[in-house]
Design a protein around this ligand. Structure first.
Ligand code: ADP
Length: 389
């Protein structure tokens, strides 16, 4: 029977056979050449002098290998800002000290430009000869993208802040004349109601109510904008105790509506702003209590750990939210019901809730079935760019 030789067996057989000296050198040359083709620059340094530099490195710096080899010190390859650090690391590596072999630095191009690189260095020893081999990867493009991203993020933060300031100033200034309108309708009601007919009194009553509603909306807008412009106070917060406190505060209205509170899990401690997260939980529980028309109502507050992230939730067996509205409910002043239904509201609670969660680097979303109930989920610190201050 013919013996088939598999590729693995061939490779293993080749690996076991010791390399002859010439083959060793050839293999070494091939390795360096293929690194060069991949665009990785390589130098070998002995006694601080460059004894080998591949083509990729020459292309990266615009300097020929012959010129590099003529330098008294290979440190000339690096940008002046980087030289002290590189020299220190070089000496540490030569003494055999073990430390991070992979880090970012910068070379200097012949034309004086900085060339951002990622480098990996290793100590080489053959008998009494000791050297260092260093591989470089050009990361100019990545650095440029990172810098651009940073600029966009800063720009976005600036414009969000400007928007918050605008909302704050606008709503603050709107309150003044509104207070006047509110007061004058009150005077009219108190002093002139008798002189008006039913229709007139009805119009006055409507005007008074609308002024009150506008005041509430502006207050919510102020609260929303303040959330964007104030620094968070981050401390470790025991979520269990925080939920206890919120439930305690809401107890009278929860009892009145005969709502059972379920707490299947012990919640963990999270670094967050206690006041704002308290407001978030309060908003979600208040909604869960409000939007429920079942004879036996319950609200469950818990958490689940999925894909290594902690997800908190507030669940109810209430009226549910139609699929097409599950995103729009987070928009400011968006309500799905007539003004007076379900105890009224401004439609700002979930917008504020979302902003609180975003400021904590997290996400908030809802899963809901109409007529059966809703679950609002939220997370913390998923986004490393979150602004903690
Ligand atoms: P508000 O409650 O003041 O109207 P929110 O921003 O808190 O404002 O909520 C927006 C809308 O989302 C509500 O008007 C309601 O239609 C819907 N909603 C919020 N929470 C729930 C819930 N738990 N169950 C059903 N609908 C909800």
């Amino acid at each position: 029977m013919r013996q088939e030789t598999t590729a693995t067996e061939t490779v293993t057989a080749l690996e076991e056979e010791p390399l002859k000296p010439d083959e060793g050198i050839a293999l070494y040359d091939t390795l360096l050449a293929s690194l060069s083709e991949m665009g990785e620059g390589v130098v070998v340094v002995e006694n601080r002098r460059i004894t080998y530099a591949n083509e990729a490195l020459c292309a990266m710096t615009g300097i020929s290998a012959t010129e590099m080899k003529s330098w008294p010190n290979y440190i000339q390859l690096f940008h002046p800002d980087e030289r002290d650090r590189i020299m220190r690391n070089h000496l540490r590596r030569l003494t055999g000290e073990q430390f991070e072999a992979h880090y970012e630095s910068a070379l200097i191009h012949q034309d004086g430009q900085r060339v951002e690189i990622e480098m990996a260095a290793a100590r080489l020893q053959a008998g009494a000869r000791i050297g260092v081999i260093v591989a470089f990867r050009n990361i100019d493009e990545r650095k440029a993208v990172e810098a651009q991203l940073k600029r966009y993020t800063q720009e976005l933060e600036r414009s969000n802040k400007a928007l918050d300031e605008f909302a704050y100033i606008a709503s603050h200034d709107l309150k003044e004349p509104l207070r006047g309108i509110h007061n004058y309708t009150s005077f009219l009601q108190e002093d002139y109601a008798a002189k008006l007919d039913d229709q007139g009194r009805y119009y006055l009553e409507r005007m008074h109510r609308l002024a009150e509603r506008l005041t509430t909306l502006i207050d919510r807008l102020l609260r929303y904008s303040r959330l964007g412009s104030t620094a968070l106070t981050i401390t470790p917060v025991n979520m269990n105790s925080l939920v206890d406190e919120v439930v305690e505060d809401l107890l009278p209205s929860l009892k009145e509506r005969q709502i059972e509170i379920r707490r299947p899990h012990t919640l963990s401690t999270i670094p967050c702003d206690e006041i704002w997260i308290g407001e978030l939980i309060q908003n979600l529980i208040t909604n869960a209590a409000k939007y429920n028309d079942k004879p036996e109502k319950w609200i469950e507050i818990g958490y689940s750990a999925e894909h290594g992230r902690q997800v908190f939730y507030v669940r109810d067996n209430g009226i549910g939210i139609p699929l097409q509205h599950q995103d729009t409910i987070f928009r400011i002043f968006k309500r799905l019901h007539e003004q007076e239904k379900f105890g009224g509201g401004t439609g700002a609670g979930l917008t504020i809730a979302r902003k609180i969660v975003h400021r904590h680097g997290g996400n908030i979303w809802v899963e809901s079935t109409e007529g059966e109930g809703s679950t609002f989920y939220f997370t913390f610190w998923e986004d490393s760019h979150a602004t903690q201050t």
